[in-house]
Design a protein around this ligand. Structure first.
Ligand code: CAA
Length: 286
């Protein structure tokens, strides 16, 4: 495996919202980046997004004009998969479709050196299944960035059935080198983030549809009531309703009806472990 010190050039597959965000943070951290998409117009649109995002950092004096120019210079946009051959690590951020991802991983497997780690930004699909399209499943790992990538601090590291422990460590270290903070999830549907976020969004949509409140009050209620930056309906809009639907359909297919009260919740209440007020809930308190 090529370790963190050996990584100079990062490949990014997909120049959409997530791909261009990942390319931007990698180039901002000093890496050379090759960002690849299938059509030139997608590549150009990704580069434009990066330019516009960088200009927001320049406006706030977080970057100088010349630093922003350097970041852009470090990103090479391409439509050729073979241009990824020089990469020391590749992050795939293409559409959330297993067939597409498996085709990409099979192609990457032959395009890059044998010791290069192949990461996927998938938000709900199985790392193990994606990795099975390669001859290096131990070098395949999930690095799930959050949208907008240049702003959101978190990266979810997802461990496939065959992912090597050193590769998991590299995924954490690489994310940290991009200025992110990580948490780790097993390769279970939706991982930590979307397994919990998607039902929340879905229920917000249902609540609106069933006339519980106006969409504004649902979003306002969750923001004021739980101190999140966006309510479920605005967050769904921000993520993209198609992405939310794809993710929810995957979860539904894999996990069935998740809306009955959790057994563990009932068991804890019966046991009197009610949370902070009793000194113990899911955590323990002094
Ligand atoms: N590039 C650079 N800077 C950006 C940016 C971008 N693309 N988007 C926002 N910003 C910056 C703004 O410049 C602004 O900076 P300052 O506060 O320093 O001025 C800051 O972020 C806030 O932006 P805005 O004032 O425009 O708007 P806002 O206060 O409403 O914040 C937000 C926007 C950051 C998106 C905030 O609403 C937020 O954090 N929302 C929640 C987002 C979230 O939950 N994302 C995860 C979704 S789940 C996911 O991504 C995983 C999945 O698999 C679906």
């Amino acid at each position: 495996m090529r370790d963190l010190e050996a990584i100079d050039t990062v490949g990014v597959v997909g120049a959409g919202t997530m791909g261009n965000g990942i390319a931007q943070v990698a180039a901002t951290a000093g890496y050379d980046v090759v960002m690849r998409d299938i059509e030139r117009e997608y590549v150009d649109s990704g580069l434009e997004n990066i330019e516009s995002s960088l200009s927001r950092f320049v406006e706030k004096d977080d970057l100088t004009e010349s630093e922003a120019d350097d970041v852009l210079d470090r990103i090479e946009g391409t439509t050729e998969l073979t241009d990824l051959a020089s990469c020391d690590l590749v992050v795939e951020a293409a559409v959330e479709n297993m067939d597409v991802k498996q085709d990409i991983f099979a192609d990457l497997d032959s395009a890059v050196d044998d010791d290069v780690v192949l990461a996927t930004n998938t938000s709900t699909l199985s790392i193990t299944t994606i990795a099975s399209a390669t001859d290096r499943p131990e070098l395949v790992v999930g690095v799930h960035f959050m949208n907008p990538v240049p702003v959101m601090k978190g990266v979810e590291v997802v461990v496939g059935e065959k992912t090597d422990a050193d590769v998991v460590a590299l995924a954490h270290d690489f994310s940290e080198a991009l200025g992110k903070e990580t948490w780790e999830s097993d390769d279970k549907p939706g991982f930590v983030s979307n397994r919990i976020l998607m039902p929340w969004i879905n229920e917000g949509i249902r609540a609106f549809d069933e006339g519980v409140a106006t969409k504004e009050d649902i979003d306002r209620g969750m923001k004021l009531g739980t101190n999140v930056p966006m309510g479920p309906l605005e967050l769904a809009d921000h993520i993209g309703l198609d992405i939310c639907l794809d993710a929810t359909e995957t979860l539904h297919e894999e996990l069935g009806d998740r809306y009955t009260p959790a057994y563990l919740l009932k068991r804890k209440v019966d046991a009197g472990d009610l949370g902070k007020k009793t000194g113990k809930g899911f955590y323990e308190y002094d």
